[in-house]
Ligand binder design. Sequence first.
Ligand code: FAD
Ligand code: NAP
Length: 338
Amino acid sequence: MQIQQQENLASHHTFGVACCAKLFARFQSLDELRAILVSPAVEKEKILILGEGSNVLFINDFDGLILTNEIKGIRLVNETDSEVILEAGAGENWHEFVSYCVSNGWGGLENLSLIPGKVGAAPMQNIGAYGVEQKDCFVQLTALDKSSGEIKIFSNTECQFGYRESFFKQDGKHKFIILAVQYRLTKSPKVSIDYGVISQELISSGITSPGIKDVAEVVIRIRKSKLPDPKLVGNAGSFFKNPIVTEKVFFELKSRFPAIVSFPSKAGFVKIAAGWLIEKAGWKGYRNKNYGVHPLQALVLVNYGGASGKDIWELSSEIVKDVFQKFGVELEREVNIY
Ligand code: FAD
Ligand code: NAP
């Protein structure tokens, strides 16, 4: 166990802004984690747990201990003729875990291929893409309660998953360290391809009866063509959530902006494409020296190199203000700000 001081965080998060943590340590097992937590050097320090840092923005240096989770391993918990339950260590790379499932013919998570980050962060915001959310396959997770030191199991219901939401972003925020997550995968997968351009891409590739491997490959191809690679351009994916408004608010907006892009949501509500609002407000492709809004995806704020967390934060605030003035819709940030 090694606790470093004044660790540069630039390579520990995908925005790549300059910032530093007072203390920093890695853990590969529960025992190692417990040893760090009882060490006198970290007593009374505030603690932040990081995966791959692909959903965070640091606007200040972190005055406390940052821990990165490196608990590995994929374990077969149960297998029947029709399904498997797998448990993945929270430090496993998410995409590698999905690829492992796909290569074994176990379906359910293939639409979530190539999402950056670690397994332990997936339940945090209930990651989703192309009409699938991790909650659709989620069974349970194991977490350490930071204050009591006890191990707790959370079922799907207890995690209170919602659209980019969970108990761990609300009442459970900063209280638990996720150690392992279990997913149920099916041996007779039914592919989900009715979302966005997946079916078009499959057709243009000449695939008429797609399997999960085909879907994973198409998702990977689309994502590579549309989204900035954080290794090349600093970003944390979608900076904002798609706002969900009442039907009444939506119909008023629709009468003023007939081209507004929207999707059905829960009963009585409509999901508006935040990317459309930002683009129509004139921000898509905006660049201020070394940061801006991605030219192909208005939801993604980017650090072209050398921008500070405060630059990105201020840009996001200007966008929130401008979209509100133009459309009366309040954008909510998806990225976790520290
Ligand atoms: P981090 O950014 O390190 O952490 C995120 C939050 O979770 C932090 O608050 C952290 O404290 C907490 N956390 C992390 N690990 C643990 C743990 N073990 N226990 C307790 N708390 C923990 N998201 C989507 O939903 N769908 C997408 O399609 C998508 N595409 C993306 C594309 C790009 C190019 C990028 C850069 C990001 C994208 N994201 C997407 C966002 C991001 O990849 C996910 O939110 C991912 O799950 C974050 O994983 P991470 O390990 O990097 O978490
Ligand atoms: P896209 O497919 O062009 O879609 C743009 C937006 O419209 C998305 O935000 C998506 O909402 C919504 N949408 C599109 N088709 C929809 C449908 N049939 N039903 C409901 N909503 C629909 O966007 P993209 O940038 O290429 O991303 C593709 C997928 O990856 C999306 O699901 C997106 O959420 C996900 N993604 C997420 C992040 C992140 O950081 N959170 C980053 C990149 C991509 P949803 O977001 O609700 O799906």
